[in-house]
Write a protein that binds this ligand. Sequence first.
Ligand code: ADP
Ligand code: ASP
Ligand code: MG
Length: 412
Amino acid sequence: MPCLVMKFGGTSVATVERIRNVARHVEREVRAGYDVAVVESAMAGKTNELVAWCKEAGSLHDPREYDAVVASGEQVTAGLLAIVLQGIGLAARSWQGWQVPILTSEAHGSARIAGIDGTAILEGFAERREVAVVSGFQGLHRPTSRIATLGRGGSDTSAVALAAALRAERCDIYTDVDGVYTTDPRIVRQARRLDRVSFEEMLEMASLGAKVLQVRSVELALVHGVPTTVRSSFDDPAEPKPGTLICDEEDIVEQQVVTGIAYSKDEAQITLRNVADKPGVAAAIFGPLAEANINVDMIIQVVSDDSVTTDLTFTVPAAEFERACTVLHGHRDGIGFGDLQGATDVVKVSAIGVGMRSHVGVAARAFKALAEKGINIRAITTSEIKFSVLIDAAYTELAVRTLHSLYGLDRA
Ligand code: ADP
Ligand code: ASP
Ligand code: MG
């Protein structure tokens, strides 16, 4: 029988009542003749609560114990869904990551899936038509016998990886919106749902802040060729809508120049004032940051007020801001800078579209439109199919709306 992986996010399993609704979606597919593996998240807000408890218990907590704690949310919902499915007459059982097993790397808190052995789940399909309810977000680091989690939003990745391992016909990601939109529909009412979006664009949108899918899940869907959809768990289970299909670029007929706008508040800006304008300075700055495993994104260099030295501005993930400042102060003598200025109230707004490959001046139009709204651009980066601007966080919505309209993405 063909196999399907269905993933349900936190809002979709937030209460037992919603879990009953999820069960009806599962029942529909089982009755349609699919062997179904379900991957679910913890109840909405649960993981945040567990993370906060870890911080309260110890600010510098052991990441292995953090994973032991935060993985527990998914254990609860898997068991509850299995109970509800059994209640409506379907064979079902829960599987924690280690039981499948889903094997991971040792990077606690942001582990990668190293392999999935789907044999036992497939046996359940073949022998009992048993729905497998798998806890998302978690797996086992076998050499240490430790539970590891896949980073926030990681259940998407569990689902796509499981779909690849079980050779599923499709991976359906059910969430609280009915597909991938031209931008976050929660901040732009005019956002439009996309029927299709290419893997490459989805990858950029996810890495530039669109939280609807975890980046790694899109990478896996692309690499393993897993047809993946994003759809709503709030649709009537009897009449589900198709949602958005993530597919190859060639399978999209109507291409816009810009497909979507994303924003990320997970940025911090650092400016080093009065850096000597001589060879080796960039290495002196970015070498120690790289050694400390801090990812630097946007970089700009301008001549300082004294016309002799330069000011170097760059961004790091907001969570690494303090650490980056400490590293830079520690290397102050080696680098030689006048002052270090930082800002965390910044946002990166990006426009994404494969059409940018063949059109010039796409970003220039944005700079003009943002200037007309009085929005100051602190830094810019561009690549083949996207550009990003760093601006004051207070202007997030205005900037996203401005670009959304500018590129003709508003709903009619
Ligand atoms: P889940 O708990 O189901 O995994 P998430 O909160 O992780 O759900 O992802 C869904 C949310 O992603 C939506 O509620 C929406 O606010 C947000 N989002 C951001 N950008 C987009 C986009 N371009 N299209 C759809 N949703 C988006
Ligand atoms: N529950 C986890 C989180 O909140 C994983 C997920 O929802 O995908 O990050
Ligand atoms: Mg999510």
